[in-house]
Design a protein around this ligand. Sequence first.
Ligand code: HEC
Ligand code: HEC
Length: 195
Amino acid sequence: MFLLGFGLQQAQAGMIDKEGMAPWEICGMCHGLDGVSHMPKFPKLAGQKADYIKAQFIAFMNGERTNDGGQMQAITQEVQPGDINRIAHYFSQQAAPAPIDENVDDQLYQQGKSLFAAGREGLPACRSCHNVARSDTPWLDAQHEDYLQKQLNDFKSEKRNNQTGSIMQGIAKELQPGEQEALVHYLSRSALREP
Ligand code: HEC
Ligand code: HEC
């Protein structure tokens, strides 16, 4: 965690001595070496789709996704472009995270479940894009609740505005605060991936 106190924003390419490190070890400092991060500001990458990890990494690298407080953007400068595929593959192969089982609120959970599966008038079912074989959409289940909240807020305010993210901006704007709360409650407490 030394990087965090170091003022990562100012980090220059090549500042970290990576001699002898596997290229994903640097990611492990925030995302967990097994891809299961502990702090909710760092998304879990374990078992995430490799194409999605790669696309988001490149979006940070090119400055298209900037809702990260500068942390990811700085880190991308430390990675050899030739290593991106290996890193994405590595995290995609880690076991999917276990959902949290704390404080399940039955009513919220059921509301989130129904919105995810079926949507409502004016709101498409999340499942139609997120639980199908699409390499451009992330798995959302068992992700940190606060991370999901932040992303939906960032889509809504257009702070997250990388190209493919524009699909989500309209959807996030349509979500009522109570619906958003129900969805992230349900998703963080569910395991929905195909085995
Ligand atoms: C200093 C901490 C830090 C390090 C080290 C770090 N990240 Fe991140 N990463 C973040 C933060 C913070 C976010 C979430 C930003 C936001 O709120 O949108 C993030 C988000 C991501 C995302 C987006 C995930 C999603 O679900 O959309 C990917 C992919 C990612 N990081 C990959 C990597 C890879 C690969 C490495 C190693 C080369 C790495 N990160 C190293 C802090 C870090
Ligand atoms: C039409 C397809 C589509 C639908 C429907 C859809 N999404 Fe998405 N969603 C996407 C795409 C594509 C991305 C990746 C955006 C990017 O590249 O940054 C995404 C990303 C996200 C993310 C960011 C996750 C992360 O790891 O950073 C969240 C959260 C999310 N969607 C929630 C939802 C919820 C909740 C619903 C239902 C209310 C929903 N989505 C419906 C296409 C869709």
